[in-house]
Design a protein around this ligand. Sequence first.
Ligand SMILES: NC(=O)c1ccc[n+]([C@@H]2O[C@H](COP(=O)([O-])OP(=O)(O)OC[C@H]3O[C@@H](n4cnc5c(N)ncnc54)[C@H](OP(=O)(O)O)[C@@H]3O)[C@@H](O)[C@H]2O)c1
Length: 385
Amino acid sequence: MLKSVAEKPLSLVVIGSTGSLGQSVLAVARAFPDRLQVVGLAAGSNVELLARQAAEFQVKMVSYAQGHWEADFPSVRGLRFLTPREMVTAPEVDVVVVASVGKSGLTPAWAALGAGKTVLLGNNEVWLMAGSLLVERAQANHGRLLPLDDEPSAAWQCLLGEAGPVRTVYLTSTWGTIRSRQLRQHGPVLPGRVVEERSSRRMGKKRAIDATTLVNKATQVAQVHYLCGVPVERIQVVYHPESVVRALVEFADGSLKALLAQPDIRLPIQVALSLPERWPTETLPRLDLLALSRLTFETLEEERFPCYRLAVAAVKGGGTYPAVLSAANERAIDLFLSQQIGFTEMPAVMSRTLDAHRPVSLPTYEDILAADQWARSFAGSQVPE
Ligand SMILES: NC(=O)c1ccc[n+]([C@@H]2O[C@H](COP(=O)([O-])OP(=O)(O)OC[C@H]3O[C@@H](n4cnc5c(N)ncnc54)[C@H](OP(=O)(O)O)[C@@H]3O)[C@@H](O)[C@H]2O)c1
């Protein structure tokens, strides 16, 4: 468990502080200034926002991937410009939140766990790529790896203090079979929902596409599998349009535990930072139980979500398969966004890449990086003549 926050605030580093998830992490830090102290921030290229955040939280360390370091940055006394690896391993850091997007999140997560830090991992690509290896690294170095996303956090909370056995873990989804029936008509065109969601950013689009193909749900399945040791076969995604129940766990004795909350990503972030305590808050939306008229759940017609099925199969296959799947998914999305393939052709790119891969069953860090690189190159070449 995290050390008691009563005596001293937890010192946080946020990797990807300028993104949507990173800004939610900072909103939680802002709400609990006595308990959380942000000491370091890292971003990709949005130096303006990073500078404002650095000034607001008076951080001592910053890092950014693209730019001219100090030349781009207003001078702040005592501010150190570091690499993400240097920042997350600094002795004063208690907790590292990895909220960046893409595989760049792997280095800080790996380094922080190697230094025995607590890591809150929100980055979906890194969960798929190396989740199993990161759990092992946390155990070997007395670090901790915790979930940030809504549904995996809910399942993890339901399982805390339970010795099992578990019959089924249910993760809920608001995107389901009925809505997926409308997808066929889109063919090579971008589905409307994807256009609506932050269409100016490539990775914002990726997140929206992952939500449509349900690859994001497969990533949540992976998180529960790696973190809680529940076999993939026992984790089921169900369509739940009311979006109130985040996850349910059915135990072998027939008891069910559920976690209900209004969807707001700040809640699982706060939970990961506060447990075993529960910090009182007035800023998060409350669930009005009496206003709930019904809760519905529907089986997912998995055959309508081929990318999801491939991703779950890769997690089940283990070894280097999930890393290959994650890279192939990114490349398939790139091909789709650049109009080289249609939306419904993405699963074929992923499936051909998985088929061509020679897996390593107990991969090292280097094996994962090699599999990622190979898969990006192979999947990128899968464009029909
Ligand atoms: N948003 C959510 O509520 C949410 C919920 C669950 C899971 N997730 C997962 O969390 C991850 C982030 O999602 P998001 O929605 O926050 O994406 P986003 O809005 O696109 O933000 C991405 C962040 O990553 C930063 N970044 C990019 N390259 C970097 C690098 N090389 N080094 C350090 N930082 C880098 C970006 O910096 P710049 O802006 O400066 O380029 C930005 O801060 C994704 O894997 C997503 O699937 C997000």
